[in-house]
Design a protein around this ligand. Sequence first.
Ligand code: NI
Length: 177
Amino acid sequence: MIRDVLRMGDARLLRVSRPVEAFDSPELRALLTDMRDTMAHLDGAGLAAPQIGVDLRVVIFGFESSPRYPEVGAVPFTVLINPEVTPLGNDEEDGWEGCLSLPGLRGRVPRHRALRYAGFDEQGRRFEREVDGFHARVVQHECDHLDGLLYPMRMRDLGKFGFTDVLFPDGAVAPDD
Ligand code: NI
């Protein structure tokens, strides 16, 4: 079922979410179905459970090609529960981000370039990956939602925050430079 996505200003987006304790349950399956339906409906690159008002440490992300981020390569579709994120190295890079909770806006956000993430899939199987670039950016963005953080709270230059159609009038989001 397609759910409403909470928008910035809703206090539920600022909560620290709780770990999932029961895997492979009807409740978790229903939550993931709703998250997938909602993300697909909005062409999102990712979605975190708090964005639909559920304070559990569950995120989904991934796409073959994203109309919201036409300049980036595919990220495998992933269900990530109770994630742990560990930066690899000290490199940071700036890149444009949007969020379904801030429709129509983009901002340039510093993120760790590379990281390891670990967590559980919906059957409770643990997995781990090392990633960089946009994949690492998406993981940091989505996992931040589980700690009540929205991307503007990570920005250092609010001069690089604005409406997508004003920032990118030709419709193409500028590649990272
Ligand atoms: Ni978001």
